[in-house]
Design a protein around this ligand. Structure first.
Ligand code: PPE
Length: 304
């Protein structure tokens, strides 16, 4: 990871190396935080942040779900993100806003802990490798289940829940795969450790509903809409492990992952083992939109 110059902390820009917090921050001990991941892309008419307002609004919703007071307006934080890219001279990059309980209270009850809000930005290349974007990645169903609706809120982006993703991801890498796929407690596909899943079978493009334990990903929503408007039949539906073994195409979506083809699930090739036409079309539509090459949803691009 390459450092940039400034990080925004609680209202002020501070040098990257000085953006520190106390070791007794509540969020560090108990995972009491919410965060976002946002990408900015270069276009012919300047740098545009993809669905910036929607991302900040999801941060607000996640904080609300976890009971973390949200002391800024969405509009204010949108401006901070833009300013941060400008002061760091980033023409494209990844933005990571995070809010969490800081110091002032130890023990589980965060009452009395100061709420912190931090936004950092840096350059981030292909999340699952350039090779993965081109030829697809190898995934395996994890032995870890996605944290269920009765224990957590998989559809809120809470920091603590990511230990579940980290365990699944590290186990998958250790076993020689590129990424983990998590089932929910009912044995249905939820999502990847940091991505949503899509599957093409019998001409229909499916993605699991958020009730299956998936985050309501903004890339997921965008790709769903772009493919639907392009004439594909879309469905939010329960997906089993066998569905994936029989699928013609499988791909992941996410801010970091963008649209990444999956070429193998549990050592079984997906289709003929190469990214299929729907996956390629989804990549074209999504990348064309974020770079402003396709004028399908100009309202999703927020210029800095
Ligand atoms: N599911 C999970 C669990 C998840 O973390 C992400 C984003 C998504 C789905 C896709 O959501 P969206 O980005 O709105 O399309 N994961 C972020 C963090 C990745 C990381 O390693 O950190 C991301 O892609 O920015």
């Amino acid at each position: 990871m390459e450092a940039t110059e400034h990080i925004w902390m609680d209202g002020a820009l501070v040098p990257w190396d000085e953006a520190k917090i106390h070791v007794l921050s509540h969020g560090l001990h108990y995972g009491t935080g919410a965060f976002e991941g946002i990408r900015a892309y270069e276009t012919d008419t300047g740098t545009a942040v993809f669905r910036l307002t929607d991302h900040i609004d999801r941060l607000r919703r996640s904080a609300k779900a976890f009971g973390i007071p949200f002391e800024y307006s969405v509009e204010e934080l949108v401006e901070v993100c833009k300013e941060l890219l400008r002061v760091n001279g980033l023409r494209s990059g990844y933005i990571r806003p995070i809010t969490f309980f800081g110091t002032g209270s130890m023990g589980l009850n965060p009452a009395g802990a100061k709420v912190r809000m931090v936004i950092a930005a840096w350059e981030w290349g292909a999340y699952l490798g350039e090779e993965g974007l081109q030829n697809g990645i190898r995934v395996a169903v994890s032995s870890w289940r996605r944290i269920g609706q009765n224990s957590f809120m998989p559809d809120a982006k809470g920091t603590g829940g990511y230990i579940n993703s980290v365990m699944a991801k590290t186990a998958a890498i250790k076993a020689g795969y590129d990424e983990a796929l998590l089932l929910n407690d009912d044995g249905l596909i939820a999502e990847g450790s940091g991505e949503n899943l899509f599957m093409v079978r019998r001409g229909v493009v499916h993605t699991p509903p958020t009730s299956a334990g998936a985050l309501d990903g903004l890339t997921r929503r965008s790709v769903y809409q772009l493919l639907e408007e392009d004439g594909y039949t879309m469905s939010e539906s329960a997906i089993t492990r066998t569905d994936l073994y029989y699928a013609d195409e499988v791909f992941f979506t996410g801010t970091a992952a963008e649209v990444t083809p999956v070429r193998e699930v549990d050592d079984r090739p997906v289709g003929d083992g190469k990214p299929g036409p729907v996956t390629r079309r989804a990549q074209e539509l999504f990348m064309g939109t974020v770079h402003g090459k396709l004028d399908l949803h100009p309202e999703w691009l927020e210029y800095i």
